[in-house]
Design a protein around this ligand. Structure first.
Ligand SMILES: Nc1ncnc2c1ncn2[C@@H]1O[C@H](COP(=O)(O)OP(=O)(O)OP(=O)(O)O)[C@@H](O)[C@H]1O
Ligand SMILES: O=C(O)c1ccc[n+]([C@@H]2O[C@H](COP(=O)([O-])O)[C@@H](O)[C@H]2O)c1
Length: 197
């Protein structure tokens, strides 16, 4: 797990990154800037519990940053979930919080994950554990209105103008961030339809 000093605002960006691409880099850059983060942890999962492992490349091949963000010292690449034998985000976030008192964390995900968030294990618990920032993604823009998570936690939605303060807010608190969007996806790259940058 990366080192972080007390008082910092840290974004947690978990993903399969199978493979990593410029769309991920865009999400990381938007999150760092709009959420006023000191650090962003790029957390490579041993395997999304909801995805088949059939097409999943080994962790070693997914453990790399796209060129656009590789030189950014605020982005920390890690695969600690594998070494700690955790896979579910609810467990990951509990572990991170327990080991880092005094740090303000925010979970970051693309809008496609907001759409399916109610299928994640203990998703309500995740929402009560730390604030969540959802980054717009082509094809999933309306998830901020229509998803079960958005409806259930409508009362906890924060205006994106207040995003710089999100990490310090008491959960539940979440926001939807609009901005430049990327059509890239790992599936399209694996299928040879698009290139990673
Ligand atoms: N183009 C994109 N725009 C916004 N968010 C994205 C984009 N691509 C990925 N994300 C987000 O980045 C995180 C990691 O995504 P992931 O590694 O699953 O990439 P993916 O392109 O969605 O992969 P796949 O096509 O294999 O499902 C997720 O929260 C996902 O929502
Ligand atoms: O905990 C869950 O049930 C769960 C279900 C689906 C996805 N996740 C996490 O969400 C993150 C994004 O996954 P992915 O495959 O969309 O890149 C990654 O950290 C996964 O471990 C977690």
């Amino acid at each position: 797990m990366p080192y972080v000093a007390k008082g910092m605002q840290v974004g947690l960006f978990g993903g399969s990154f199978n493979p990593p691409h410029a769309g991920h880099a865009l999400v990381a850059e938007i999150a760092l800037r709009r959420l006023a983060l000191d650090q962003l942890w790029w957390i490579v999962t041993p395997g999304n519990p909801l995805k088949s492992t059939r097409e999943l490349a080994p962790l070693s091949q997914r453990l790399r940053l796209p060129p656009a963000v590789a030189a950014n010292p605020r982005i920390k690449l890690t695969a600690f979930e594998a070494s700690y034998h955790v896979r579910y985000t609810a467990d990951t976030l509990a572990l991170i919080k327990a080991r880092n008192p005094g740090v303000d964390f925010v979970w970051i995900m693309g809008a496609d994950n907001l759409r399916d968030f109610h299928r994640w294990q203990r998703w309500r618990e995740i929402t009560m554990t730390m604030p969540i920032a959802v980054i717009d993604r082509p094809g999933a823009t309306l998830s901020f209105l229509s998803s079960i998570m958005a409806k259930t936690f409508d009362y906890a939605r924060v205006d994106e103008a207040d995003a710089p303060r999100l990490a310090r807010m008491k959960p539940p608190a979440w926001t939807f961030i609009h901005g430049p969007r990327s059509l890239l996806s790992s599936t399209a790259i694996r299928n040879g339809e698009l290139s990673a940058d």
